[in-house]
Design a protein around this ligand. Structure first.
Ligand code: GBP
Ligand code: ZN
Length: 263
């Protein structure tokens, strides 16, 4: 399988997943359909499906347009949210396929939105899997809790996504990595892996390169929201349980830039 980044809007990523044997493709959150279709055309890819992570406009608002431009395309989306143009509602555990070698497992990862779906994608046996996490899991961060609770984000991030194989590549919905790592250092100032990743991410960004993907293994080392099972992380934020800690870290992140403005 091949995965192509398509930067959209100000800091969103759409992706095209390609089954190389058949040249069939799936577009993840094609917020700017013309851009995504041009990349598909340049790579001789026949788009068959849209995988929508959640209903927010910067992810789902291209769906009606892409249906007009690609007759017959199937549009998958979460079972609860009202996703624009959705032709096929999916829920936790649903399985899809693409071309001859790609399998897609739908994972319900609620909290940022109620019906948020992450897509776990496997290709040939020798290839590392990929997961498309929308606005649930970002590199070194997570989405705001717009439609859910700390319990739900703990389940989505630390249980559902945290249980995927360690080498799984993480493709998220926004390029927020530098800011997320700067914040992560306020939670764990002595975490060397975070400092190293920040310096790498700053270089990538300056060179105009994406910082995506990371891996599940790496997230477990640098993402404060995925590290709340560790007693030392709970202690850093004066909490006694993982759920309490994830809620507290989210609250601190929500207020972080506001506080900087006051200094
Ligand atoms: C920044 O720090 O770069 N611009 C600011 C934050 C996802 S997009 C922007 C922001 O709030 N982003 C959202 C988020 O979850 N961020 C995580 C974080 O800051 O740690 N969105 O576009 C957002 O989901 C949206 C669209 C939201 C429709 C609500 C509706 Br309704
Ligand atoms: Zn969102």
């Amino acid at each position: 399988m091949k995965i192509i980044h398509v930067p959209c809007l100000s800091d969103n990523y759409s992706y095209i997943i390609i089954d190389e044997a058949t040249k069939e493709g799936a577009a993840v959150d094609p917020a700017e359909p013309e851009k995504v279709l041009q990349v598909a055309k340049d790579n001789q890819v026949n788009l068959k499906t849209v995988l929508t992570t959640h209903h927010h406009w910067d992810h789902a608002s291209g769906n009606d347009k892409i249906k007009q431009l690609v007759p017959g395309i199937r549009v998958y989306g979460g079972s609860i949210d009202n996703v624009q143009g959705c032709t096929d509602k999916v829920g936790n555990g649903d399985k899809l396929s693409l071309g001859s070698d790609i399998n897609i497992l739908c994972l319900h990862t609620p909290c940022h939105t109620k019906g948020h779906i992450s897509y776990y994608v496997t290709g040939k046996e020798e290839e590392d899997p990929a997961v498309f996490t929308g606005d649930t899991l970002f590199i070194a961060g997570c989405g705001k809790f717009f439609e859910g609770t700390a319990e739900q984000m703990y389940q989505s991030l630390c249980v559902t996504l945290g249980s995927l194989p360690k080498p799984t590549r993480v493709f998220c919905g926004h390029e927020y990595t530098v800011k997320n790592l700067q914040f992560a250092l306020t939670v764990e100032p002595d975490n060397v892996r975070i400092a190293q990743k920040l310096s790498w991410a700053q270089h990538q960004q300056q060179a105009g390169h994406p910082t995506v993907p990371s891996t599940i293994e790496e997230e477990l080392e640098i993402n404060p929201f995925m590290r709340v099972d560790l007693p030392e992380v709970q202690e850093k934020v004066n909490c006694k349980t993982p759920v309490e800690a994830i809620g507290e870290i989210r609250k601190r992140k929500d207020n972080w830039r506001v506080n900087l403005g006051l200094l």
